[in-house]
Design a binder for this molecule. Structure first.
Ligand SMILES: [Zn+2]
Length: 84
């Protein structure tokens, strides 16, 4: 799989099947990651603003400055399927 997919909830890159969430029937979701979506429902019932606050620390941990992570999420998340 070479096409890069991004979770339509948190914008995390989904680069392998193991990171895909699961639908109600147990099959893999092509839209959402395993952290956001399990058995057809979102694991966290949050607003987009809350999702940004959840994601920022993870991105900082992986080496991105906090301000940059916040700006990126604020521009990316509104375009994702979950928040449209
Ligand atoms: Zn996600």
């Amino acid at each position: 799989m070479n096409t890069q997919t991004f979770c339509q909830s948190c914008s995390m890159p989904i680069f392998e099947d193991a990171l895909k969430g699961t639908k109600a029937d147990g099959s893999r979701s092509d839209e959402f990651c395993t952290y956001c979506y399990q058995k057809g429902t979102f694991t966290q019932d949050v607003t987009m603003t809350e999702m940004i606050e959840i994601c920022v620390p993870h991105m900082v941990k992986s080496g991105m400055p906090e301000k940059e992570a916040r700006t990126l999420l604020k521009t990316t998340l509104p375009n994702l399927a979950r928040w449209k």
